[in-house]
Write a protein that binds this ligand. Structure first.
Ligand code: PEP
Length: 251
């Protein structure tokens, strides 16, 4: 049984004060969430506050990006060692905004993924097609390329520890959500590919989240799809109220 994973990606929102307020409100709204893994990736500068306020709570705190080297002349990058000092649990890699705004390639993302696993983080690897790629019927080609490249250098034990987030680029921050059928087909394809690359044990264990305009109003229909093991949520994770509503749907 794969445990449901509900993660928030705050992007460049919620500074230190908003982070403290968010968690205080969230813990007033939800308790007894044993059946669900809850995770939040604040901006780097809000991570220490998030870790502090969640110290006695079962909430995973993550980073939205990470470099694959420990130190050096890499202005503006963040070392995995710095994240370890902050007790970060997970790291989002290959988010579509990193791929499409900041030009991250499959090769770079594969290096980061290997490093994140070596350092003991839970990686959330984002994959997904653009609208043009979907219209050109290239969704499966793109997903295959992204998955194959990321997993190219991983052992079965490493592969099992990766969480994949299927995030169709056309659904991120646009208010357009993939239908449960579209999401199910993409998740099924990704899991099938993992089985081809490894075996059915790895494919059955790996968690695949859906991301793309998940909101309290559509979370139920998505989370009840058997292939969908949770959600990666942008906009609706910024406020404790809407994030709590989605967690409750998962409970
Ligand atoms: C995301 O940032 O990963 C995301 C899915 O954003 P949103 O929920 O706002 O579409």
């Amino acid at each position: 049984m794969r445990k449901l994973f509900i993660a928030g990606n705050w992007k460049m929102h919620n500074g230190v004060k908003d982070t403290e307020d968010f968690f205080n409100e969230l813990f007033n709204l939800v308790s007894n969430y044993e059946k669900v893994d809850i995770a939040i990736a604040p901006p780097f500068t809000s991570i220490p506050k998030a870790v502090e306020v969640c110290r006695t709570k079962r909430v995973l705190i993550g980073a939205q990006n990470m470099y694959f080297e420990d130190k050096g002349a890499f202005t503006g990058e963040i070392s995995p060692q710095f994240l370890k000092e902050l007790n970060v649990d997970f790291v989002i890699l290959g988010h579509s905004e990193r791929r499409h705004i900041f030009g991250e390639t499959n090769d770079l993302i594969a290096k980061k993924l290997k490093k994140a696993l070596n350092e003991g983080f839970i990686p959330i690897l984002c994959v997904g097609e653009t609208l043009k790629e979907r219209e050109d019927e290239k969704t499966e080609t793109v997903l295959k390329e992204q998955v194959d490249s990321a997993f190219n250098n991983l052992t079965p034990d490493e592969a099992k520890r990766v969480i994949i987030a299927y995030e169709p680029v056309w659904a991120i921050g646009t208010g357009k959500t993939a239908t449960p059928e579209i999401a199910r087909d993409a998740h099924f394809f990704i899991r099938k590919r993992i089985k081809e690359l490894y075996n059915s044990i790895v494919a059955d264990e790996i968690r695949i989240l859906y991301g793309g305009s998940v909101k309290p109003e559509n979370a139920k229909s998505l989370l009840q799809v058997d292939q969908i093991d949770g959600a990666l949520i942008g906009g609706a994770s910024l406020k404790a109220q809407s994030f709590a509503e989605i967690i409750k749907i998962g409970m």
